[in-house]
Ligand binder design. Structure first.
Ligand code: ATP
Ligand code: MG
Length: 653
């Protein structure tokens, strides 16, 4: 891992203690909580779990048979009950759960009472469509209120949801539906994309020609575009849901029953269905949401600007905030539509107190110019968060100054789809931050850094990030693939040691600095795309023999996709084919996955065992000195590509 290479970029010199005004009112201001979490982590998590409503208390806090953990064994609860009923029963029915802001500017205000009723109606509708406990429901929706509603409806009746990001193609949707054999699909006529309509139902229809498990499709009307409805299979939300009774008692779920599946982009092409369970998951998302964001449910207006299609949205738009009775903003659109100040207009309009977004968005804001946030009153903000990739110190500083007015702590939160909840992050009232560092594992969490042989690396030092203790919201497996679960996460460094796939280092003060992934997943404008997925899309085209793609760093999008393609036989690799291939990738995966550059080459650098060496292509694409080439089968190949890449990039502005 190139821990040394990146060292120079990290500025460890600057430190920011919690701002005094923030600290005065913060939920946690001292370090004692770390002692509580570390001396007896099981007891610590049990105390947090007890904050939730349980129908039956657990018998055993933790049953750990590596790599399988069961938390709160024997306990029963319902996630929807915890997110809705208990708040309404406690007299908070009138409190706003979501201030929803549509892309075109339409709005809806949804109270806890209304959401509880909507969820019960939707739950009864699912039952009418034949969904029961343990069934899988695929959800392919834009950021409309029906999305959290249907997720909670699944949770209420014990169905397992599988949300597929609405930007994914029909092929991606089809594969995810088939992998877990979903019974029902919930989608919409269309989704707003910067003023025009993205034909969601049409995409879904294409997928549905090859998804034998789907019996019924529930369709939300959002964009009012023309769609075709299959009379046997498809039913409009507005025809089915509003007429249901708003009375659907919550199922008593086992703490270990699955709450949802969420597919990661996957490094071998086939996406991994990450499984999350009920009790431990809700415990940790509620805990982290409350203390990392210092949530005050009576006064805060919290906004996580991610998409619910990613894990960040599951945990920090839906389950964490609702479990904590937060009032949240739910925004349908993009940060620069209709103009580059849309976010700041929303912050001002709703008097947002916490904002949680991604480094790629922050870098875009920087590029668009300081004048956009400067036009708006952002004085309501009291805390800023980031997630998704390492944040460069420059972006961190800009965020703190131009958005946070130098009065807001910045929490850089490291976690993954697999961890379910935040793992490494400052506690904003207690932790002195350093721009670019996620600081320390949260109380109750243990992380360390090891070398190639699994030996713990001292402080300071760098290597592979591992989690060496189970945690409540940890993944329970990969759907239908136990072996892959073991191989991917648990086999590299020994029994019970979770390998996160990320490189990291600790500085002399023990602060964690995340250095990016060890494998080859690209991050384009905050979207995770695996190299293999793009490669297999390219290779699926009849003119392509072989392809390798890498993410090269790009000031604007985080990473841009550079593709290296070997055409088949006598096929001419020309401009027209390059365009065709880029469009092909967009269709197969998503427009986000379209390669920014595409170079035809007769050969790709390979190891002797035949594996493509992407890191060398990355060096070429980033015009860096080539790394170690000793394991190459034919070293002349890289030099040839390098020369041609430079010519090629000169001709592409
Ligand atoms: P896949 O697992 O399919 O390859 P992915 O890992 O990109 O996809 P996520 O689970 O959404 O999908 O992302 C988790 C990864 O994002 C982490 O493993 C890490 O590489 C990166 N990441 C998230 N937050 C941070 C952060 N605060 N600092 C550094 N890296 C982060
Ligand atoms: Mg990952």
């Amino acid at each position: 891992m190139g821990a040394e290479a990146i060292e120079g970029l990290l500025d460890e010199g600057r430190t920011f203690p919690p701002p005094q005004d923030f600290k005065r009112q913060a939920l946690i201001t001292g370090a004692e909580v770390y002692d509580e979490g570390n001396t007896d982590y099981e007891g610590f998590w049990a105390r947090e779990a007890a904050e939730l409503d349980w129908f039956r208390e657990w018998d055993t806090i933790l049953d750990w048979q590596p790599p399988h953990a069961k938390w709160f064994v024997g306990g029963t609860l319902n996630v929807a009950h915890n997110c809705l009923d208990r708040h309404v029963q406690a007299g908070h029915g009138e409190q706003v759960a979501y201030h929803w802001e549509g892309e075109p500017g339409d709005t809806r205000t949804i109270t806890y009472q209304q959401l509880l009723q909507d969820v019960q109606r939707a739950a009864n509708a699912l039952k009418e469509l034949g969904v029961g406990r343990g069934d899988r429901v695929a959800i392919y929706l834009p950021m409309v209120p029906e999305l959290p509603t249907i997720m909670l409806a699944c949770a209420r009746i014990g169905a397992i949801h599988s949300v597929v990001f609405a930007g994914f193609s029909s092929a991606a949707l089809r594969d995810r539906i088939n992998d877990s054999e979903c019974k029902v699909l919930v989608t919409a006529d269309g989704a707003w994309r910067r003023g025009s309509v993205f034909p969601l139902k049409e995409n879904a229809d294409e997928a549905l020609t090859e998804t034998p498990s789907i019996a019924k499709v529930l369709v939300v009307r959002r964009t009012e575009n023309e769609v075709s409805m299959d009379a046997e299979r498809d039913v409009w939300w507005h025809d089915l849901v509003p007429d249901q009774t708003a009375d659907c008692p919550p199922e008593h779920m086992d703490a270990e029953d699955l709450l949802y599946l969420l597919y990661t982009s996957g490094t071998t092409g086939k996406p991994k269905g990450i499984m999350h369970a009920t009790g431990g998951y809700l415990t940790q998302v509620a805990f982290t949401h409350r203390y990392v964001f210092d949530l005050k449910p009576d006064t805060d207006v919290y906004w996580c600007a991610a998409d619910i299609g990613w894990v960040t949205g599951h945990s920090y738009i839906v389950y964490g905030p609702l479990a904590n009775r937060a009032t949240s903003v739910l925004y349908e659109g993009t940060p620069n539509f209709p103009a580059e100040d849309r976010f700041w207009q929303i912050v001002e309009k709703y008097r947002v107190t916490q904002l949680y977004t991604a480094p790629t968005a922050i870098r875009a804001f920087m590029k668009w110019g300081d004048e956009h946030p400067a036009k708006h009153d952002l004085s309501s903000l009291r805390l800023l968060g980031t997630v998704g990739e390492p944040i460069n110190p420059e972006a961190w500083m800009w965020y703190r100054e131009h958005i946070g007015g130098e009065r807001c702590p910045v929490v850089d939160t490291w976690w993954q789809t697999e961890t379910g909840a935040i793992m490494i992050s400052p506690l904003p009232g207690a932790t002195t931050t350093k721009p670019g560092s996620a600081t320390f594992p949260l109380p109750g969490i243990s992380a360390t850094i090891v070398d190639d042989r699994g030996q713990e690396v001292g402080v300071p030092g760098g290597g592979y990030l591992v989690l060496d203790r189970p945690w409540p919201s940890m993944l329970r497996g990969i759907w239908g693939d136990e072996q892959r679960f073991r191989d991917t996460y648990w086999s590299r460094f020994g029994e019970g040691i979770y390998f996160a796939g990320d490189g990291a280092k600790r500085d002399q003060d023990g602060y964690f600095w995340l250095l990016g992934r060890v494998d080859d997943v690209m991050n384009v404008s905050g979207h995770r795309i695996s190299t293999t997925e793009v490669e297999s899309a390219l290779v699926s085209h009849p003119s392509v023999a072989e392809a390798a793609v890498v993410g090269r760093s790009d000031a604007q999008t985080g990473q841009a996709i550079a593709a290296f393609v070997t055409p088949r036989g006598d096929v001419e690799g020309d401009e027209a084919l390059a365009k065709e291939l880029r469009d092909h990738v967009a269709k197969m995966i998503s427009p986000i996955a379209k390669p920014a550059s595409l170079l035809f080459t007769h050969d790709l650098p390979k190891t002797r065992s035949g594996k493509i060496m992407r890191r060398l292509l990355k060096d070429i694409a980033e015009d860096k000195e080539l790394g170690d080439t000793t394991t190459l089968a034919d070293a002349s190949v890289v030099d040839a590509i390098k020369g041609r890449y430079l010519d090629h990039s000169k001709s592409q502005p």
